[in-house]
Write a protein of this length. Structure first.
Length: 136
């Protein structure tokens, strides 16, 4: 967060780091030997953690959500490349097709889940602290 309480610069920095993580591992994502399923797992384990580091503290405004979703779709389109239709024409995957490929586990849902898990851990910690006060 910067001086004017905006996290947009921090998120833009995270997206830049995510791009760097993609290009550093581009040989894996462009390989024809690696299956689509493994490429998705690689995306989830290499790129997404870089982008979502400390996301529990983010306030998700619509502009931020749009940037994150656009980044994810851009990377997924690079990973999967164009698709050949039955009539031998090439096209990019639609947003719905990309959503099905990642089984609706998009970056926004991931961030929301991490925030809920973080809140649950905090609540559990608070309960234990209260119990310690009563026991001691």
């Amino acid at each position: 967060m910067n001086g004017d309480n905006s996290i947009e610069k921090d998120i833009q920095n995270r997206l830049t780091l995510g791009n760097k993580a993609y290009y550093a591992n581009q040989f894996l994502f462009k390989s024809r030997v690696v299956s689509k399923k493994l490429k998705i797992k690689l995306y989830w384990s290499i790129i997404r953690p870089v982008v979502t580091y400390a996301c529990e503290t983010w306030g998700l405004k619509e502009t931020i959500k749009t940037k994150l979703i656009a980044f994810e779709r851009k990377v997924l389109r690079k990973i999967f490349g164009p698709k050949k239709d039955r009539d031998s024409t090439w096209r990019i995957e639609t947003n719905d097709e990309l959503d099905k490929l990642i089984r609706h586990k998009n970056i926004i849902n991931y961030i929301k889940h991490k925030g809920q898990v973080g809140l649950a851990i905090y609540i559990e910690w608070q309960k234990r602290e209260c119990l310690k006060k009563y026991v001691n």
